[in-house]
Design a protein around this ligand. Structure first.
Ligand code: SF4
Length: 219
């Protein structure tokens, strides 16, 4: 940001830490708000509305995320959504300011666009990213390792450090994991669910007498 320009803002769905299922190590995850791609079977339908979530000042968000990184001893930041490349400039600013505090911070971006289109829409964000998982979610295709929810998606390691950091994770043939969190009275299922996982989760809770309200995977 150039001195005198208005401060950048970002529309955010939620921030959570520590998360261990969306990238290597312990991470803070930022779900941005707004996605017009509309993949059938998307687990985050609640992040589609571009006017939903909360509009936050990027500098204030850097303070919040920076504090979480210090408090929880985190290795990286994962940006997902919503569609990160729709908010490429404020996200680039966020990553730049966080790296000024923590130069070795690993940054992973999940985009529903192909890598080529994402790089055209948000070039500076992608240049500042260590790893990009690109492509729309296809519920008719199986997952492919811990970071790929459907086999059409591609993984792009953009730095030498990232190639080392992600090597063990990408060699793992396990399906993506899920992490259950409880926060402010809400149950949050974090990760990349396989097709049918969310329905099974809901049915299992219903069998135990727990009825879910306001789930994120239905409008
Ligand atoms: S899976 Fe990602 S890209 Fe696809 S609709 Fe959901 S948030 Fe958007």
């Amino acid at each position: 940001m150039v001195h005198g320009e208005p401060r950048l803002t970002l529309r955010v769905a939620r921030v959570m830490s520590p998360v261990t299922v969306l990238g290597p190590g312990r991470r803070v995850v930022l779900w941005v708000q707004g996605c017009g791609i509309g993949c059938p079977g998307c687990a985050s339908v609640d992040t589609w509305d571009p006017d939903g979530g909360t509009r936050l000042d990027v500098v204030a968000l850097v303070g919040q995320i920076g504090d979480l990184i210090g408090r929880d001893g985190l290795d990286g930041l994962t940006i997902t959504g919503g569609e990160p490349t729709d908010q490429g400039e404020p996200l680039h600013e966020l990553v730049t300011l966080l790296r000024a505090r923590r130069p070795d911070l690993d940054v992973l971006v999940f985009t529903g666009r192909t890598h080529r289109v994402a790089a055209r829409r948000a070039p500076r964000l992608l240049e500042a990213t260590d790893c990009v998982v690109a492509g729309p979610y296809r519920r008719d295709l199986p997952p492919n390792g811990p970071l790929v929810a459907s086999a059409n998606q591609t993984v792009h390691l953009r730095s030498g450090a990232a190639r080392e950091r992600y090597a063990a994770l990408l060699e793992d043939s396990l399906a993506p994991g899920l992490q259950v969190c409880v926060e402010d009275g809400e149950i949050l299922l974090v990760g990349l669910p396989r097709a049918g996982d969310l329905d099974r989760f809901e049915a299992g809770l219903a069998a135990a007498g727990v009825r879910l309200e306001g789930v994120t995977w239905r409008p």
